[in-house]
Design a protein around this ligand. Structure first.
Ligand code: HSE
Length: 439
């Protein structure tokens, strides 16, 4: 009989506590699926006395994550502390150097130090599993790392942040303000400790960097991701999107182009009829476009204790079975440096919302500036003035929203046209630009 896998868990927050519960509840199933039992042998957390509703009798309390990682009685070190730096980083390094397998849900750490940690895992023979770092319960890491090992991938994109999707959903459906929806997302435990990390797009960028490395065999490069968050999205954008047959989603997109790998995170107009537009609330979705096969889409819960614990326990199960994939899908030494595709060369349609001065010649001036950049307009909607905030203090003339949808053009052309329109002083404030992703 094979001895049970002895697991040490560092961090007993929402996810850590849920992992302990799940291993307990699924004990028999895990033993049957893995061919051996899985046992929580030791834990460590900042507040030992905190009430967690867990039965930890017989479980050793380690003095620190480091001590737990170094404990020779532990086979698998599970890091659920979070944060891109200490103490998580050193503890993982200690565990890997001791030849232990490591399971982590820490996207920030993998996005920043993934290559270095993968080298250590490969050198010392342990596994480094991080399924929960992207899309929580959605097994997208496994799909890219193993399931599609023989497929050339051209694009990976999706909704990778539950908090943003929840906020956009509620703003659209209940006509609530951004601030109200964010508060609810925090209350429900979806948002990061610093929610600006979610709403400014950085959480999505880290997840995208991980997916891009697995999909394209590139070194993890969070800094190569163009990032724009959702805080500038106004209820009127969501209304206009609805009127024009679109919905706004925060997408992460990694794309193979002739000039390199384009990696971008930004609010995106997606056709209302598309499957990604149907993904609401905290749900995440990831689509993989592989050569010669139809796109594969995985949809599921992307945040929350139970969803994240589901992926963590699946990773532990792989360790128990003795499955050890290369952490980044191929030897870390063979990953190539990311050649970042410049965002100004990005091609696609654009939604443009302008506060246009309500006077003769304004529409003609806007149209002329777009035409100068060879930008073709698919549709144009001029809204009635609603009174609030619709004036240009500089000139005193009232202004009204004008919404344009362009055919595919380049980011460079749109930016140049908007600069010219601004110089013409026919608009108030900044133009709102939202990129469109058609399929
Ligand atoms: N804050 C993250 C989200 C949690 O909202 O998706 C999961 O990474």
């Amino acid at each position: 009989m094979v001895a049970p896998l002895k697991v040490g868990i560092a961090g007993l927050g929402t996810v850590g506590a849920e992992v302990v519960r799940l291993i307990e509840a699924q004990g028999n199933v895990l033993a049957s699926r893995c061919g051996r039992g899985v046992r929580v042998a030791a834990v460590t957390a900042r507040a030992k006395a905190k009430k967690r509703g867990l039965d930890l009798r017989g479980v050793v309390w380690a003095a620190s994550p480091q001590a737990l990682a170094a404990d020779p009685d532990i086979d698998c070190f599970v890091e659920l502390i979070g944060g891109a730096g200490e103490p998580a980083l050193s503890a993982i390094e200690t565990a890997l150097k001791a030849g232990k397998s490591v399971v982590t849900a820490n996207k920030a750490l993998i996005a920043r130090h993934g290559v270095r940690l993968a080298v250590l895992a490969e050198r010392h023979g342990g596994a480094l599993n991080f399924e929960a770092a992207v899309g929580a319960a959605i097994p997208i890491v496994k799909v890219l790392r193993e399931g599609l090992a023989g497929t050339r991938i051209n694009r990976v994109y999706g909704i990778l942040n539950g908090t943003c999707n929840y906020i956009l959903t509620r703003m659209e459906q209940e006509r609530l303000s951004f601030a109200e929806c964010l508060k609810d997302a925090q209350r429900l435990g979806y948002a990061e400790a610093d929610p600006s990390f979610d709403v400014d797009g950085h959480d999505t960028a880290q997840k995208l960097a991980i997916l891009a490395s697995l999909a394209f065999g590139t070194k993890l490069a969070e800094k190569a991701v163009f990032v724009e968050g959702i805080s500038s999205i106004m209820p009127e954008d969501l209304q206009a999107a609805e009127d024009l047959g679109y919905r706004v989603k925060l997408l992460g997109v990694a794309l193979r182009t002739e000039t390199g790998i384009e990696q971008r995170v930004h609010p995106t107009m997606v056709p209302r009829s598309s499957s990604i537009a149907q993904v609401m609330d905290v749900t995440n979705a990831v689509t993989v476009d592989g050569q010669g096969i139809a796109p594969i889409t995985l949809i599921g819960p992307g945040a929350g204790g139970a969803a994240t614990a589901s992926a963590v326990v699946a990773d532990i199960a792989d360790v128990a079975r003795g499955v050890r994939a290369l952490p980044l899908g191929q030897p870390a030494a063979r990953l190539v440096a990311t050649q970042q595709a410049p965002m100004r060369r990005h091609e696609g349609g654009y939604y443009i919302r302008l506060m246009a001065r309500d006077m003769p010649g304004t529409a003609a001036a806007i149209a002329r500036r777009l035409a100068e950049q060879n930008i073709s307009i698919e549709s144009i909607v001029q809204r009635r003035r609603n009174g609030a905030g619709g004036t240009t203090p500089a000139r005193g003339a009232p202004s009204m929203p004008v919404i344009l949808i362009t055919y595919a053009t380049s980011e460079d052309a749109v930016r140049r046209a908007m600069q010219a329109v601004k110089r013409d002083r026919v608009i108030a404030g900044r133009a709102q630009l939202i990129r469109i992703e058609k399929n």
